[in-house]
Design a protein around this ligand. Sequence first.
Ligand code: PGA
Length: 250
Amino acid sequence: MTHPMRALIAGNWKMNGLEAAILEAERLADALQSEPASARVALCPPATLISRMAHRLKGGAVEIGAQDISAEASGAYTGDISAAMVRDAGASLVVLGHSERRTLHGEDDALVARKVEAALIGGLEPIVCVGETLEERKDGRAETVVRGQIEASLPLSLNDRAFAVAYEPVWAIGTGLTPSSEEILTLHDVIREALLARLGPMGGQAPILYGGSVKPANAAEILALPNVGGALVGGASLKASDFLPIVRAV
Ligand code: PGA
């Protein structure tokens, strides 16, 4: 199946970047201004940079995303940030259920689903991450695990809303390892089937991004796969000189 929506290339800066790093975002935006990309392009900086980056990139082609939000709307949740807050700061997207949140902060599918609901209520477009660990893949359970994550992390209210899914095998994140093209094709088909089963025909619309060690050297091959609708890029999104060739690989 070809992706019906415009591809999305999103950069996840994770816990990297101070004020000076906004220059890299400006370099990216300037390059896209002179030569527009065919994909949508987003950067997800740490929460502290959202507002400043949004101001400096205003009116350009780069969309801004958050890396997480609270499932709650407001109140006594020290340290947490709501959907309305990141939206107010200038973000229009949010990465949810990233494996680093699932592993390091104990986020389970039910919490991810509540965060997706919160994102929709707050006017943010969610990018929901799923993916198996190395142990799960070795046990032959990759497809079952990912199918289960789609069923339990995606609320039914998504069915008339814009969102994306990112398939990010945990063992491929930050390791330089990537699945073979066949493995990506298989898992993206599994995700599409699970989306259709869960959300009906609207489940055919959302782009399915691949994430995990996407680099300038492998982006073209991965993004040419017929059921890959974009990429979620970590390390290689920090420098415009690495991220741009990935953006241009679509
Ligand atoms: P990576 O991270 O590109 O550095 O492997 C991807 C991600 O975690 O989204």
